[in-house]
Every structure is written in C-alpha cells, then in structure tokens.
Design a protein around this ligand. Structure first.
Ligand SMILES: NC(=O)C1=CN([C@@H]2O[C@H](COP(=O)(O)OP(=O)(O)OC[C@H]3O[C@@H](n4cnc5c(N)ncnc54)[C@H](OP(=O)(O)O)[C@@H]3O)[C@@H](O)[C@H]2O)C=CC1
Ligand SMILES: O=C(O)C(=O)[C@@H](O)[C@H](O)C(=O)CO
Length: 276
C-alpha cells in the first residue's frame, strides 16, 4: 500500500511522486502508464510542460483507478490573476481529461507582477467549489507565503521547491514545519548530475547495496519531504520507487546533511525568476 503524508486540509498525498518534465519528446503517456504500474500514485505535471494531454492519456490507459491517483498541475505566470488562474485550471482539466484536479499549485510567484495573491484567491475558491481537492504553491519564499496567509487566511498545503543534498533549504523547511506545509522536492536527484557521483553518497549506497539515487530519495522521505523524481527510463522509474525496503541510520543522514552547499544548482531565485 502507498505510504502517505497528511496535508493541512485533512487530505493526504503519497510520500513519493513521479515528475514528468521534460520527457524529451518521449511518450509521456507511456511514462505515466508505466509509473502507475510501478506503484507511483502522485503524478506531477504543469500547464507549462505541454504534456497534460499525454499524462491524461496515460492515466486512462492504466488499470489503476482514477481515485487512487493524485494528479498535480500548476498555474504558470501567464495565467496569474484571479480570472487567469481559473482559466488555467479549466485549460489543465480539459487537457488532462479530468473534471477535478487533486493538487493545484501556483508554479512560480513572479513578484514583479504582484498578482500571486489574486491567483491564490482563485485557488481558494476552486477548492471551495470542489473543483480542486488541495491547493499549494511552488517556489514561494516564507515572505510570499505570509502574504497569502495575511490576505486570505489560507495556508498552502504544499510548497514544491528545489531540494536535494546539495541544496537542503533548512530555513525554508523550518518555516514549512511551523505552518504545517508539506515540502515537495523538485530536482530531488539534482537532475542526475554530479550529486549522484558524490563520494559520501556512493559509500552509503555501497554499504546498503542500493543505488545512489535510492539513497538520495530515501534521505528525502525519511525527513518527511516528498520527492518527485523524473525518469523516462522504465528501469530507473522502478528503481526510484523502490525505496521502502531499507532505511538510513542517523549517522548516514547526518553525513548527507554535511553536503549542503546552500545554493541552488540553477539560477532561479524565486524573488526575481520569471517563467510565463
Ligand atoms: N515546480 C518547479 O518549478 C519544478 C518542478 N519540477 C518537477 O520535478 C520533477 C523532477 O525534477 P527534475 O528537474 O526532472 O530532476 P530529477 O532530480 O528528478 O532528475 C531527473 C534526471 O535524472 C535522471 N535520473 C532519474 N533517475 C535516475 C537514477 N535513478 N539514476 C541516475 N539518473 C537518474 C533522469 O534521466 P532519465 O530520464 O534518462 O532517467 C533525468 O535526467 C520534474 O520532472 C517536474 O515534474 C522540476 C523543475 C522545476
Ligand atoms: O520544470 C519546471 O517546473 C520549471 O519550472 C522549469 O523552469 C525548470 O526549472 C526548468 O527547466 C528551467 O530550465
């Protein structure tokens, strides 16, 4: 059975999800279908990924029942504002072929536009209307989240942020813990780069007889962080989900915690980064 983590709105989500961007021209439908076969029950997409139709097709092809799957999508910068966010929801739902979306996030805050609070008001209403089950944000700093709370009284259920052993985001996570926000980790494997060759991780992986990727994902899960690894490779999709039959010791977690460089791998500061 899928392990889950509670959200602050009374629902829950699986402790690991499946990222779907980018699939490099591959068949997102086949990837989604295979991910469901492997056992993933949390699927991450976005209007901007331009693959919602294929993700929806994968859901329909799969024998896994719709109500077992949490489908996440996101409102991009070009749809910020109250009406824009509602239009974004409608476009995503249509593309996915779904009447309701399980988790809708604001993709980036784009503070210069100063529309993320109105965008949030739309998500709050969509949730009240039963069109969206849970609502959250992505790439929001504590200041951005405080503004949402002050304006609406509604705290996001989730904040999806870059998070891996090289960028551990301790302050942001402490803020989330204080406010009952679940942290989702994008690029949990550092996009398969140098992180997976890191000697400390290689040593831990060898001692446990698992892969470095599995160690990294287990590190997330053991700290209550929900990783959403992406893979277009069926074997790696399976490997990344196979992280529930071993655990890390406190010493191993402490050793991984020393790897934090304190800076993101990509130059995407949420205070200034704009993606439309
Ligand atoms: N909210 C946001 O702003 C953002 C959200 N996201 C979401 O997060 C998801 C994951 O992040 P992403 O940036 O893709 O990075 P990941 O850290 O998930 O890394 C994906 C890369 O690692 C490779 N890989 C996957 N599994 C393994 C493994 N076990 N061993 C070695 N290499 C592996 C993949 O290659 P291959 O496919 O060949 O296996 C791919 O190149 C995205 O798909 C998207 O859904 C991502 C960025 C920003
Ligand atoms: O993948 C996403 O969700 C994004 O927000 C992208 O911006 C991603 O970070 C990227 O590909 C940047 O080059």
């Amino acid at each position: 059975m899928t392990q889950t983590i509670a959200l602050n709105d009374g629902t829950s989500i699986p402790t690991i999800g499946f990222g779907t961007y980018p699939h490099d021209g591959d068949d997102s439908a086949a990837n989604t279908e295979h991910a469901l076969e492997v056992g993933y029950r949390l699927i991450d997409t976005a209007l901007s990924y331009e693959n919602e139709a294929e993700v929806g097709e994968g859901l329909r092809r799969s024998p896994v029942s719709r109500d077992e799957v949490i489908v996440t999508t996101k409102v991009p910068g070009r749809h910020h504002g109250y009406d824009g966010a509602r239009e974004s929801f409608a476009a995503s739902a249509k593309a996915l072929g779904l009447e309701t979306i399980d988790l809708l996030l604001i993709h980036w805050p784009l503070p210069r536009l100063d529309k993320y609070v109105d965008t949030w008001r739309a998500l709050v209403d969509l949730q009240k209307e039963g069109l969206v089950r849970s609502i959250g944000v992505s790439n929001f700093t504590p200041d951005h989240i405080r503004r949402l709370q002050d304006a609406t009284g509604v705290t996001p259920a989730v904040n999806q942020i870059e998070l891996h052993p090289y960028f551990q985001q301790h302050e942001q996570r402490a803020f989330h813990a204080e406010h009952g926000i679940v942290t989702e980790a994008w690029s949990p494997l550092g996009r398969g780069g140098d992180l997976l060759k890191e000697p400390t991780l290689v040593e831990i992986a060898e001692s446990l007889g698992v892969s470095v990727g599995q160690v990294v994902l287990r590190w997330h899960i053991e700290q209550g962080i929900v990783p959403i690894p992406k893979s277009k490779n069926p074997d790696r999709q399976r490997e990344n989900f196979d992280v529930f039959s071993f655990s890390l010791t406190e010493d191993q977690i402490a050793a991984i915690n020393t790897l934090d460089k304190g800076t993101p791998i990509w130059d995407q500061d949420p205070n200034v980064y704009e993606e439309f």
